[in-house]
Design a protein around this ligand. Structure first.
Ligand SMILES: *Cc1c(COP(=O)(O)O)cnc(C)c1O
Length: 399
């Protein structure tokens, strides 16, 4: 077995598909100190999920520090034995108030929330209908459960309706989708999804990890953006992206569902309680995100600067109005070349190619943060311009 994996690893390295971790020696932020080829460099960070720039926010850091002083470091217990402090309950009600839901249950991560959700609520008589580009944690969560599964084409409402029509009438049905899709920056067509859900008597479950804090009124997410908050029955999400970026996830929605999860969801029952300091800082993050639009306004200004700038250069840009800005170049080598040119100019962004994205749709995914300045985005656009010019002159030579 060891030989088998050594061979697989050496093949990955040979083909350039192995993932290497960049070691960072600074806090997460607009700029990070990274060791590249043995050299420490300061890079403009264009690839974190730190959309609101709260990961090293002084207010969050202070809240975490004072929670450590008051509540200590760890809980050493699951929630239902002796792992629930005031802070855990307080964070759960903050999330419910923020999202406008009846109740919320915390997990160690949104990955855990998604693996604890489906098997607890759905059985062999039920059907789950899922977007083909849904996050790995949804796919795994659905795999753990015995319900019948159907996939529909990404954001394709005809394909969704066909899947609903084909699902048996017995048992319950649910449509499951990411609110925002991480590789493309596309937003789920929730108005149409909710309308189909009503027509076919299905629940709507949305994982809003890439939207909570940044999309919709006050950052309430994609249901708010689309005006369908009352038609989405179950929301999952993470505290590990816009809302401070530490860790933690949740399921939020009707109290009967949330209470049942507290009784029966395995990653909740059998995994340790969140660190108290994370709860305190996440409460602060939600307060900052919901109190003012200032962070989102700066974020959106920089997002449209990057999107319109890249489109003007003739580049293909995925998604709409979201800080995930994929520059789709097609060829895997071109995507790697673009990431390399960015790095040469001290800009850090990552190239993705097949099998992470479809064949022929290789890309460099940029992620904008509220911390970025106009000058930062100009710097990125300068590299993109040079890349595009050299690509065009190359094409002319080949022609
Ligand atoms: C990031 C992400 C997750 C995982 O969240 P963690 O809290 O880091 O486990 C789950 N679902 C979606 C859609 C995500 O984008």
């Amino acid at each position: 077995m060891l030989e088998h994996y050594e061979e697989k690893l050496s093949n990955l390295r040979r083909d350039g598909f192995d993932k290497r971790e960049a070691i960072i020696s600074s806090p997460q932020g607009r700029e990070i100190a990274v060791t590249v080829d043995g050299q420490s460099r300061t890079l403009l960070n264009m690839c974190s999920n730190n959309y609101l720039g709260l990961a090293n926010d002084p207010g969050l850091v202070a809240a975490a520090k004072s929670a450590i002083d008051q509540f200590g470091f760890g809980m050493a217990s699951v929630r239902f034995i002796c792992g629930t402090q005031e802070l855990h309950s307080k964070l759960e009600s903050h999330i419910s108030d923020f999202l406008g839901t009846e109740d919320t249950i915390l997990y160690s991560s949104c990955f855990d929330a998604n693996t604890g959700l489906f098997e607890t609520l759905f059985g062999p008589d039920d059907t789950l209908v899922s977007d083909e580009l849904n996050h790995a944690s949804i796919i795994d969560g659905i795999r753990l459960c015995k319900a019948e599964r159907r996939r529909y084409k990404h954001n394709d409402m005809e394909s969704l309706e066909a899947a609903l029509k084909a699902s048996p009438l017995s048992g319950s049905r649910a449509i499951v989708t990411d609110g925002v899709f991480s590789m493309d920056g596309t937003v789920a067509n929730l108005p149409a999804i909710c309308a189909l859900a009503e027509k076919y008597n299905a629940l709507v479950i949305v994982d809003d990890s890439h939207a909570v804090g940044i999309v919709g009124e006050k950052g309430k997410g994609t249901p708010s953006l689309h005006g369908v908050s009352d038609k989405v029955h179950i929301l999952t999400g993470t505290l590990g992206k816009a809302l401070g970026g530490a860790s933690g996830g949740y399921v939020s929605g009707r109290s009967a569902v949330v209470e049942w999860l507290r009784q029966a969801s395995r990653p909740y029952l059998f995994s340790n309680s969140l660190m108290p300091a994370i709860c305190a800082a996440s409460i602060k993050a939600i307060t900052l995100a919901s109190e003012s639009d200032a962070l989102r306004e700066n974020l959106n200004a920089r997002v449209s600067q990057l999107r319109t700038g890249a489109l003007r250069l003739g580049l293909a840009v995925g998604g709409v109005n979201h800080p995930i800005v994929p520059i789709i170049v097609g060829d895997a080598d071109h995507a790697r070349m673009l990431a390399k040119s960015l790095l040469a100019d001290d800009v850090y962004a990552v190239a993705f190619s097949y099998p992470v994205v479809a064949k022929g749709a290789a890309r460099v995914r940029m992620q904008v943060s509220a911390q970025h300045t106009r000058e930062d985005i100009d710097r990125v656009l300068t590299v993109l311009r040079r890349f595009q010019e050299s690509r065009v002159s190359q094409q002319n030579l080949t022609v």
